[in-house]
Ligand binder design. Structure first.
Ligand code: BES
Ligand code: MN
Ligand code: ZN
Length: 496
């Protein structure tokens, strides 16, 4: 939920009480400037306590010491950055997360002067971003709040050599952080609260930032012929929606780039109903759509110089008397027909119509879709990488690089005629499920039939969007995966 963390940047200052954060390497020595400001007594104390607590200054470790008299702080938080050779690949967001996890109480002063490392304004901004991501909590539905853990309150003052530059860099990072938290919130919300209509209304809130929104209801979709998408929603008492978000920060009339999200607000499996165990997790089957909303927030709030279209397909997959059946054949907006083998392979049906609609209407430079599409991607890549499928090597390469830069990593998976063959249907142009073997690739190759040769990439985020491994910047269930990666992709290649 929206945090109320206050983040400031100042020239090197004394702590204002609370925690004082300093960084040391494996020699346990802070930078010489920090050592001078701390004074010999504090530097000595750090070395002594470190010996007792076997704190070695290793990367990703920290130690807390009561501040000695004479320092205007209550506690010293000593954060390790490891040996010199580890420091080149320092992940600043993770470092900020570590700091935010160690700080207790209301105020922290962070002396950003690391031994042997120059922190650029962007590095400092990433650290502050890490603080916000770490302090995210979702306790809207807890009537008794747990105040014992670090939460979304407090004030962090980063003491840096160039506060104006850091402040400027943080303005962009702050919007990205809010975008990630927005995506996390949407994924965490329970499905009774967030149906297709309510989700669309949350997207509509982006108009505040200058994003244009359009919402297609079922009547509009009927007219367009989106029968694959509508078929998925027909067993739900809640009507389907498509929300289109447009950020026009680029040159007027310039070809847009497009992001598409799977927004199944709840996936029961439909008539091919899922087993009961863990079904509650399927409230998160709209994480692709949540990422697109979070990304649009990030891009609009930093006024990205690009024309961007975000489109999300919002449906609920439920079994009832009017639900779609295995054996049904639907005609998609593209005119191609799909035989339904398994009503639980619904995400590809939603995306088939949305992908076709987006390329047809917007003629984008590229399309990237995000979807919690297959359990099979968890079998292949665990929760460490998202699956990347693409018909375009340059786009795939750029996504992989942005993934490395942000720590939201992807792994390229195959498409090809073998997989096309596996989804051939006896009765229709294709079928929506080909069984377990190569399940992520057969799903992706169905999607490819709806991109009309536009440069396209598909990210299967079933493993990374929720319940993913905890890190210093993610301690909750939903991760907000993809917002940082795609913001980075746009920033590095598609602005100006
Ligand atoms: N939403 C699920 C995929 C999923 C699984 C997301 C686990 C997150 C965690 C998707 O709609 C689905 O049910 N896929 C089926 C496809 C199968 C029926 C061909 C699957 O992966 O089992
Ligand atoms: Mn499903
Ligand atoms: Zn699904």
């Amino acid at each position: 939920m929206a945090d109320s963390i206050k983040i400031d940047f100042q020239a090197p200052v004394a702590a204002e009480g609370g925690d004082l954060v300093v960084f040391v390497g494996e020699t346990l020595k802070p930078s010489s400037a920090v050592a001078k400001r701390l004074g010999p007594k504090a530097v000595d104390l750090i070395a002594k306590v470190a010996a007792v607590e076997s704190f070695k200054g290793k990367a990703k470790s920290a130690m807390v010491v009561a501040a000695p008299a004479g320092l205007s702080a209550d506690r010293l938080v000593v954060v390790g950055i490891g040996a010199e050779k580890d420091r080149a690949g320092l992940d600043w967001a993770q470092l900020g997360g570590l700091v935010a996890g160690k700080v207790a109480g209301k105020t922290a002063t962070v002396w950003v002067d690391l031994p042997g490392v120059e922190a650029s304004p962007e590095n400092v901004a990433d650290m502050a971003l890490g603080v916000r991501l770490r302090r995210y909590t979702f306790d809207r539905y807890k009537t008794r709040k747990d105040d014992s853990k670090p939460n979304g309150t407090g004030r962090f003052v980063f003491a840096v050599s160039d506060p104006a530059a850091a402040k400027k860099a943080f303005k962009a990072a702050d919007g990205i952080a809010t975008g990630v938290l927005l995506a996390r919130d949407l994924v965490n919300e329970p499905p009774n609260v967030l149906g297709p209509k309510e989700f669309a209304a949350r997207a509509e809130a982006l108009t505040k930032l200058g994003v244009e929104i359009e919402i297609l209801d079922e009547k509009a979709m009927q007219k367009l012929g989106m029968r694959a998408l509508l078929g998925v929603g027909q067993g739900s008492s809640r009507g389907s929606r498509v929300a289109i978000m447009r950020w026009n920060g680029g040159k007027a009339g310039a070809q847009p780039i497009a992001f598409i999200g799977k927004g199944v607000v709840f996936d029961s499996g439909g008539i091919s109903i899922k087993p009961g165990g863990g079904m509650e997790d399927m409230k998160g089957d709209m994480a692709g759509a949540a990422c697109v909303v979070g990304l649009m927030h990030a891009l609009a709030s930093r006024k990205a110089k690009a024309n961007v279209v975000g489109t999300i397909g919002l449906v609920e997959n439920m079994p009832d008397g009017s639900a779609q059946r295995p054996g049904d054949i639907v005609t998609t907006m593209s005119g191609q027909t799909i035989e339904i083998i398994n009503t639980d392979a619904e995400g590809r049906l939603v995306l088939a119509d949305v992908l076709w609609y987006v390329q047809d209407r917007f003629k984008p430079k590229f399309m990237i879709d995000l979807a919690t599409l297959t359990g099979a991607i968890l079998v292949a890549l665990a929760q460490e990488y998202a699956g990347l499928f693409s018909n375009n090597d340059e786009l795939a390469q750029r996504i992989a690089e942005a993934g490395k830069a942000t720590g939201e990593r992807v792994w390229r998976m195959p498409l090809g005629p073998e997989f096309d063959k596996m989804i051939e249907s006896k009765f229709a142009d294709m079928k929506n499920s080909a069984g377990r073997h190569g399940g992520s690739s057969t799903a992706a190759s169905l999607l490819q039939k709806f991109v009309n040769d536009v440069p396209w990439a598909h990210l299967d985020i079933a493993g990374t969007a929720m319940g993913s491994p905890q890190s210093e910047t993610n301690k909750g269930w939903s991760s907000g995966w993809g917002v940082r990666l795609l913001d980075r992709l746009v920033r590095d290649h598609y602005e100006g």
